[in-house]
Design a protein around this ligand. Structure first.
Ligand code: CA
Length: 232
Protein backbone atom coordinates (compact mmCIF):
# COMPACT_ATOMS: atom_id res chain seq x y z
CA UNK A 1 0.00 0.00 0.00
CA UNK A 2 1.01 3.61 -0.52
CA UNK A 3 1.18 5.55 2.73
CA UNK A 4 1.29 9.31 3.19
CA UNK A 5 3.08 10.18 6.43
CA UNK A 6 2.68 13.69 7.85
CA UNK A 7 5.09 14.15 10.75
CA UNK A 8 7.50 17.00 11.52
CA UNK A 9 9.65 15.24 14.12
CA UNK A 10 12.62 13.88 12.14
CA UNK A 11 13.24 10.97 14.52
CA UNK A 12 9.64 9.78 14.59
CA UNK A 13 9.19 10.38 10.85
CA UNK A 14 12.35 8.49 10.00
CA UNK A 15 11.36 5.57 12.21
CA UNK A 16 7.92 5.35 10.64
CA UNK A 17 9.34 5.46 7.11
CA UNK A 18 11.85 2.71 7.87
CA UNK A 19 9.15 0.49 9.37
CA UNK A 20 6.82 1.01 6.40
CA UNK A 21 9.51 0.30 3.84
CA UNK A 22 10.70 -2.77 5.72
CA UNK A 23 7.13 -4.03 5.56
CA UNK A 24 7.12 -3.62 1.77
CA UNK A 25 4.96 -0.48 1.60
CA UNK A 26 5.58 2.60 -0.49
CA UNK A 27 5.66 5.67 1.72
CA UNK A 28 6.19 9.42 1.43
CA UNK A 29 6.99 11.72 4.33
CA UNK A 30 5.91 15.35 4.54
CA UNK A 31 6.53 17.70 7.42
CA UNK A 32 3.94 20.41 6.82
CA UNK A 33 0.20 20.59 6.17
CA UNK A 34 0.71 22.49 2.94
CA UNK A 35 3.17 19.96 1.46
CA UNK A 36 0.90 17.09 2.50
CA UNK A 37 -2.12 18.76 0.91
CA UNK A 38 -0.24 19.22 -2.35
CA UNK A 39 0.86 15.57 -2.31
CA UNK A 40 -2.72 14.42 -1.65
CA UNK A 41 -3.85 16.26 -4.75
CA UNK A 42 -1.18 15.12 -7.18
CA UNK A 43 -0.86 11.49 -6.12
CA UNK A 44 -3.07 8.69 -4.91
CA UNK A 45 -2.50 7.23 -1.44
CA UNK A 46 -4.20 4.31 0.27
CA UNK A 47 -3.89 5.59 3.79
CA UNK A 48 -2.61 8.60 5.75
CA UNK A 49 -0.70 8.65 9.02
CA UNK A 50 -1.21 12.12 10.46
CA UNK A 51 0.53 14.00 13.25
CA UNK A 52 -1.54 16.77 14.86
CA UNK A 53 1.03 19.38 15.92
CA UNK A 54 2.66 20.57 12.69
CA UNK A 55 4.66 23.73 11.94
CA UNK A 56 1.94 25.34 9.82
CA UNK A 57 -1.10 24.25 11.82
CA UNK A 58 -3.11 21.42 13.31
CA UNK A 59 -3.33 18.10 11.46
CA UNK A 60 -7.08 18.15 12.07
CA UNK A 61 -7.35 21.08 9.64
CA UNK A 62 -5.97 18.84 6.91
CA UNK A 63 -8.31 16.02 7.91
CA UNK A 64 -11.36 18.29 7.89
CA UNK A 65 -10.39 19.72 4.52
CA UNK A 66 -9.89 16.24 3.09
CA UNK A 67 -13.25 14.96 4.33
CA UNK A 68 -15.04 17.93 2.73
CA UNK A 69 -13.33 17.41 -0.60
CA UNK A 70 -15.45 16.18 -3.53
CA UNK A 71 -14.40 12.72 -4.71
CA UNK A 72 -12.26 12.63 -7.85
CA UNK A 73 -13.66 10.86 -10.91
CA UNK A 74 -13.52 7.04 -10.54
CA UNK A 75 -10.96 6.68 -13.33
CA UNK A 76 -8.69 9.43 -11.94
CA UNK A 77 -5.29 8.15 -10.87
CA UNK A 78 -4.61 11.16 -8.66
CA UNK A 79 -6.56 13.53 -6.47
CA UNK A 80 -7.41 13.74 -2.78
CA UNK A 81 -9.70 10.84 -1.86
CA UNK A 82 -12.14 12.25 0.72
CA UNK A 83 -12.85 8.81 2.19
CA UNK A 84 -9.26 7.59 2.48
CA UNK A 85 -8.46 5.91 5.82
CA UNK A 86 -6.65 8.26 8.23
CA UNK A 87 -4.75 7.22 11.36
CA UNK A 88 -3.91 10.11 13.68
CA UNK A 89 -0.91 10.12 16.02
CA UNK A 90 -1.57 11.72 19.39
CA UNK A 91 0.21 12.39 22.67
CA UNK A 92 -0.37 10.12 25.63
CA UNK A 93 -2.29 12.82 27.50
CA UNK A 94 -4.18 13.94 24.41
CA UNK A 95 -7.63 12.51 25.18
CA UNK A 96 -9.35 15.63 23.82
CA UNK A 97 -7.18 15.40 20.66
CA UNK A 98 -8.25 11.81 20.13
CA UNK A 99 -11.93 12.64 20.54
CA UNK A 100 -11.65 15.66 18.25
CA UNK A 101 -9.73 13.55 15.73
CA UNK A 102 -12.28 10.77 15.59
CA UNK A 103 -15.10 13.32 15.40
CA UNK A 104 -13.28 15.06 12.53
CA UNK A 105 -13.24 11.86 10.52
CA UNK A 106 -10.12 9.97 11.63
CA UNK A 107 -10.62 6.21 11.41
CA UNK A 108 -8.32 5.37 14.28
CA UNK A 109 -5.59 6.83 16.46
CA UNK A 110 -2.31 5.65 17.88
CA UNK A 111 -0.61 7.06 20.97
CA UNK A 112 3.02 8.20 20.78
CA UNK A 113 5.47 6.68 21.38
CA UNK A 114 4.17 3.59 19.60
CA UNK A 115 5.51 0.28 18.48
CA UNK A 116 6.06 -0.04 14.72
CA UNK A 117 4.31 -3.42 14.63
CA UNK A 118 1.20 -1.94 16.25
CA UNK A 119 1.20 0.88 13.72
CA UNK A 120 1.46 -1.61 10.84
CA UNK A 121 -1.35 -3.73 12.28
CA UNK A 122 -3.61 -0.68 12.60
CA UNK A 123 -2.89 0.33 9.01
CA UNK A 124 -3.72 -3.18 7.81
CA UNK A 125 -6.97 -3.19 9.78
CA UNK A 126 -7.97 0.22 8.41
CA UNK A 127 -7.30 -0.62 4.77
CA UNK A 128 -9.08 -3.93 5.20
CA UNK A 129 -12.18 -2.18 6.53
CA UNK A 130 -11.95 0.46 3.80
CA UNK A 131 -11.98 -2.33 1.22
CA UNK A 132 -15.12 -3.73 2.88
CA UNK A 133 -13.37 -6.88 4.04
CA UNK A 134 -13.20 -7.58 7.73
CA UNK A 135 -11.49 -10.96 7.62
CA UNK A 136 -7.73 -10.49 7.75
CA UNK A 137 -6.84 -13.43 5.52
CA UNK A 138 -7.89 -13.54 1.90
CA UNK A 139 -8.92 -16.86 0.42
CA UNK A 140 -9.20 -16.86 -3.32
CA UNK A 141 -9.37 -20.13 -5.22
CA UNK A 142 -6.20 -22.06 -4.47
CA UNK A 143 -4.61 -18.98 -2.88
CA UNK A 144 -4.52 -18.04 0.75
CA UNK A 145 -3.01 -14.65 1.51
CA UNK A 146 -1.99 -13.52 4.98
CA UNK A 147 -1.38 -9.75 4.82
CA UNK A 148 0.11 -9.58 8.33
CA UNK A 149 2.73 -12.24 7.67
CA UNK A 150 2.97 -11.20 4.00
CA UNK A 151 2.69 -14.84 3.12
CA UNK A 152 0.97 -16.47 0.17
CA UNK A 153 0.05 -20.14 0.00
CA UNK A 154 -0.93 -21.77 -3.27
CA UNK A 155 -2.55 -25.16 -2.75
CA UNK A 156 -1.08 -25.06 0.75
CA UNK A 157 2.46 -24.44 -0.46
CA UNK A 158 4.25 -21.19 0.37
CA UNK A 159 5.06 -19.02 -2.64
CA UNK A 160 8.01 -16.65 -2.33
CA UNK A 161 7.02 -13.19 -3.55
CA UNK A 162 9.14 -10.06 -3.70
CA UNK A 163 7.95 -7.06 -1.67
CA UNK A 164 6.61 -5.25 -4.76
CA UNK A 165 5.01 -8.41 -6.11
CA UNK A 166 3.18 -8.85 -2.83
CA UNK A 167 2.13 -5.19 -2.80
CA UNK A 168 0.84 -5.48 -6.37
CA UNK A 169 -1.12 -8.63 -5.54
CA UNK A 170 -2.68 -6.97 -2.47
CA UNK A 171 -3.59 -3.83 -4.43
CA UNK A 172 -5.40 -5.82 -7.13
CA UNK A 173 -7.03 -8.13 -4.54
CA UNK A 174 -8.33 -5.23 -2.44
CA UNK A 175 -9.68 -3.43 -5.51
CA UNK A 176 -11.10 -6.47 -7.26
CA UNK A 177 -12.94 -6.62 -9.58
CA UNK A 178 -12.09 -3.02 -10.54
CA UNK A 179 -9.48 -2.45 -13.22
CA UNK A 180 -6.38 -0.61 -12.00
CA UNK A 181 -4.40 1.38 -14.54
CA UNK A 182 -0.66 1.05 -14.78
CA UNK A 183 -0.31 4.62 -13.46
CA UNK A 184 -2.51 3.83 -10.47
CA UNK A 185 -0.51 0.69 -9.70
CA UNK A 186 2.77 2.57 -10.00
CA UNK A 187 1.48 5.15 -7.59
CA UNK A 188 0.36 2.40 -5.18
CA UNK A 189 3.76 0.68 -5.19
CA UNK A 190 6.29 3.47 -5.45
CA UNK A 191 6.92 6.66 -3.47
CA UNK A 192 8.10 9.92 -5.01
CA UNK A 193 11.78 9.22 -4.49
CA UNK A 194 11.74 5.56 -5.53
CA UNK A 195 13.50 4.45 -8.71
CA UNK A 196 10.90 3.14 -11.15
CA UNK A 197 11.56 1.40 -14.46
CA UNK A 198 8.93 2.15 -17.10
CA UNK A 199 8.00 -1.53 -17.44
CA UNK A 200 8.12 -2.33 -13.70
CA UNK A 201 4.42 -3.16 -13.40
CA UNK A 202 4.48 -5.45 -16.46
CA UNK A 203 7.48 -7.28 -15.00
CA UNK A 204 5.80 -7.75 -11.61
CA UNK A 205 2.60 -8.99 -13.29
CA UNK A 206 4.63 -11.42 -15.37
CA UNK A 207 6.30 -12.82 -12.24
CA UNK A 208 3.02 -13.07 -10.36
CA UNK A 209 1.42 -15.00 -13.22
CA UNK A 210 4.34 -17.37 -13.31
CA UNK A 211 4.20 -17.97 -9.56
CA UNK A 212 0.43 -17.91 -8.99
CA UNK A 213 -1.06 -19.07 -12.28
CA UNK A 214 -2.00 -17.41 -15.55
CA UNK A 215 -5.70 -16.97 -14.86
CA UNK A 216 -5.41 -14.78 -11.78
CA UNK A 217 -4.48 -11.35 -13.11
CA UNK A 218 -6.39 -10.29 -16.21
CA UNK A 219 -5.22 -7.68 -18.68
CA UNK A 220 -7.52 -5.08 -20.18
CA UNK A 221 -5.45 -4.02 -23.12
CA UNK A 222 -4.52 -0.36 -23.05
CA UNK A 223 -6.33 0.14 -19.73
CA UNK A 224 -4.79 -1.92 -16.95
CA UNK A 225 -5.14 -5.05 -14.87
CA UNK A 226 -7.74 -6.62 -12.61
CA UNK A 227 -8.50 -9.71 -10.58
CA UNK A 228 -12.07 -11.04 -11.00
CA UNK A 229 -14.34 -10.83 -7.93
CA UNK A 230 -14.55 -14.62 -7.77
CA UNK A 231 -11.86 -17.11 -8.78
CA UNK A 232 -12.38 -18.89 -12.10
CA1 CA B 1 4.57 17.33 15.65
Amino acid sequence: MRVLVVEDDPGIGGGIMAALRNAGHAADLFTTLSAAWTALNVESFDVMLLDLGLPDGDGLELLTRLRRQPAPAPEATTGAQPDMPVLIMTARDGVSDRIAGLDSGADDYIVKPFDADEMLARLRAMTRRAAGRSRPEIEYGALRIDPAARQVLRDGQPVALGAKEFALLMALMQERPRVMSKARLESALYGFGDALESNAIEVHVHHLRRKLGDGLIRTVRGVGYFIPEEPA
